[in-house]
Design a protein around this ligand. Sequence first.
Ligand SMILES: [Ca+2]
Ligand SMILES: [Ca+2]
Ligand SMILES: [Ca+2]
Length: 234
Amino acid sequence: MSMNLDSRMIACLGAVPALVASSALAVPLVTINSKTFDLAQFSGASVTYRTNADGGQVTFDGKLWDNEVGVDLFTLGELASGQFGSDPGDQVSLNNRSTPDWLQLNYGTPQPVLAGAEFVVFEITSSSSGVDLEGTSWKIGFNGGTPVAVNPLDVSHFPGPNGVEDTNMAVLDLADFGLNPGDSISTVYIENIDSGSGTSDPDFIFAGLTNVPAPAPLALLGMGMAGLARRRRA
Ligand SMILES: [Ca+2]
Ligand SMILES: [Ca+2]
Ligand SMILES: [Ca+2]
């Protein structure tokens, strides 16, 4: 009888990693500087931006960063304009300062706000140490809400992996924007701020909601291990 119980537990434990592995294959998860993103959130997504016809001075450039961290094809520039030729659509720069340029990420499907989820924005920097002025010379709003200036306390310097471009990395608590579990995000609007400096023309490359792992497989694993521990103590 006890052999049967243990066998079932082991069978259960054995099945859990297989489940995790198969879901990892089906769902493209990418971890950048300890933040994990489910790239499926960008299914059907697009980025719109201020056009030249409206006085916009929005430009696109190729970078190495997206390829290095694993978000090639999912950058803000590529969601706006696609991947031209070999690579040049990665970064989108908001250059007009007198009448600030803007971009907007439009999700294909509204993304649920899960407990613990954050919204992270990466901006290419030429600084090799701290956050530079462009890292905080922008504002952001969700679902058509009034955009607010990014809090400098939320932005840190992220050295480029393997010597590629460094970024200013903004990690935003969605509750600060009135978004809580049960809400969803349809659009994310970003606009540059004229800081009075010639450097207030930020260069965005990637932005997204962080992934919050589903608890079910881990809870199962925990229950199985607790069961085994009880058996061993007995
Ligand atoms: Ca690239
Ligand atoms: Ca690319
Ligand atoms: Ca920059």
